[in-house]
Design a protein around this ligand. Structure first.
Ligand SMILES: *Cc1c(COP(=O)(O)O)cnc(C)c1O
Length: 399
């Protein structure tokens, strides 16, 4: 019986194609300079935008909650896994996001799967589900695509942030009984911002539902990091705001913020909410502390933007192409795939960690090294990194 023998063939093929991946291991804390696979590097690859993953207030909250309430929730949220600390986090998030209600899932990917499937299902008229249409920006995150795959809805794609193309798609599908437009708030490989204001206007015209995945906007855009909806001041207008607690908030989790009806409906219909165990109480407590820190220490937010501007300007001055980035996510676009991977490898040897990103994560011919600068990087670390980018860029003939 061959059974799982095909796995060996698959892995051999990855090695042959040069895409075989060995997961990097961090020794010690997630800091701006850390030890990765035994080498000390300036870390430009984490989503720990504000340095909250190691913030003393979050650590203390997690430890204290664990001492008080234990390490596990014991059940899925709708059975008996919802503890008071989980409800406190839902409420705190709703207040922070200025919405009626919020509901936490174990991760961002779970929130996306749950909400997209639930909103595009119809328990009273199953036949109608196949007529619904979900419209996605072509560069949306994989977890959105996964969520869409769970529905029976028809799929349509519009060109990246192209409102003329979105209007064209809406015009084509306007007779559908339910239409949902989904976009990332900040695009994870380019660092540009979706024009939610214009998307909202088009959605209103066609009666479409609006959803944003704000994994990279949370803690980054808006007042004290309230996100992309806040950045465009669309409170009360935007339908579904999905965020993650795993990136700038330094911890773990995903959530949906919106109307009370939306979260009540999700409690009944979102499968990752129904069938996956609630967070440990310590995680919920740390997330609450993170939301408090965002408002208590706005200087972190400012420092992140200052650092990001300094680094981006440095890269441009050296002569790199940083694409259309408007946020701390800054790609250095190389084009050729082998060259991008080689660039990343050489940077690592020089003590700088920026991951190489190639097709299918980004379009062919736009291979890149992606960087994220955080609030906690010092100028010295950023200058060191810029020096190395220049050095390796020259050696490789990129600049
Ligand atoms: C990271 C990410 C997610 C998933 O969030 P997790 O909390 O890590 O599961 C979803 N969407 C986007 C755009 C992301 O970058």
């Amino acid at each position: 019986m061959p059974g799982l023998d095909f796995l060996q063939d698959e892995l051999d093929d990855y090695r042959k194609r040069g895409i075989y991946n060995k997961v990097k291991v961090v020794s010690g804390e997630q800091l701006p300079t850390c030890i990765v696979d035994g080498r000390k590097v300036v870390n430009l690859s984490s989503n720990n935008y504000l340095g909250l993953a190691t913030h003393p207030k979050l650590k203390k909250a997690m430890i204290e909650a664990t001492e008080k309430w234990g390490v596990g929730a014991g059940a899925v949220r709708p059975i008996i896994g919802t503890m008071e600390i989980h409800v406190e986090l839902d409420k705190k998030l709703a207040a922070f996001k200025k919405v009626e209600s919020a509901l936490v899932f174990v991760a961002g990917i779970a929130a996306n799967r749950g909400v997209i499937q639930a909103v595009l299902s119809n328990q009273r008229n199953k036949d109608e589900e196949g007529q619904y249409v979900v419209i996605s920006d072509e560069l949306n995150h994989a977890s959105i695509i996964d969520g869409v795959r769970l529905t029976k809805a028809k799929r349509a794609i519009y060109k990246h942030c192209d409102m003329t193309d979105l209007a064209r798609v809406l015009e084509e599908v306007k007779s559908a009984p339910r239409i949902m437009i989904i976009t990332d708030g900040v695009f994870s490989m380019d660092g540009d911002i979706a024009p939610l204001d214009k998307i909202y206007e088009l959605a209103k015209k066609y009666g479409a539902i609006t959803m944003v995945d704000d994994a990279h906007g949370e803690g980054v855009l808006g007042k004290n990091g309230r996100g992309t909806v806040d950045h465009f001041n669309l409170h009360g207008k935007w339908d579904i705001d999905m965020g993650t607690l795993s990136k700038a908030l330094g911890c773990l989790g995903g959530y949906i913020a919106g109307s009370k009806n939306l979260t009540e409906y999700l409690i009944h219909q979102a499968r990752p909410f129904l069938f996956s165990t609630a967070h440990p109480p310590g995680v919920a407590a740390a997330c609450i502390a993170a939301l408090e820190v965002l408002d208590e220490e706005p200087e972190r937010h400012k420092q992140m933007w200052d650092n990001s501007q300094f680094f981006k300007e440095g890269l441009t001055k050296i002569g790199f192409n940083t694409g259309r980035s408007q946020t701390p996510i800054t790609p250095i676009i190389i084009g050729d795939e082998a060259k991008a991977m080689e660039f990343s490898r050489k940077l690592y040897e020089e003590g700088v960690l920026g991951v190489g990103i190639i097709f299918p994560t980004v379009a062919r011919g736009t291979a890149r090294v992606r960087t994220i600068v955080t609030a906690t990087h010092t100028r010295k670390e950023l200058e060191f990194a810029l020096d190395k980018f220049e050095k390796v860029g020259k050696i490789m003939g990129i600049i």
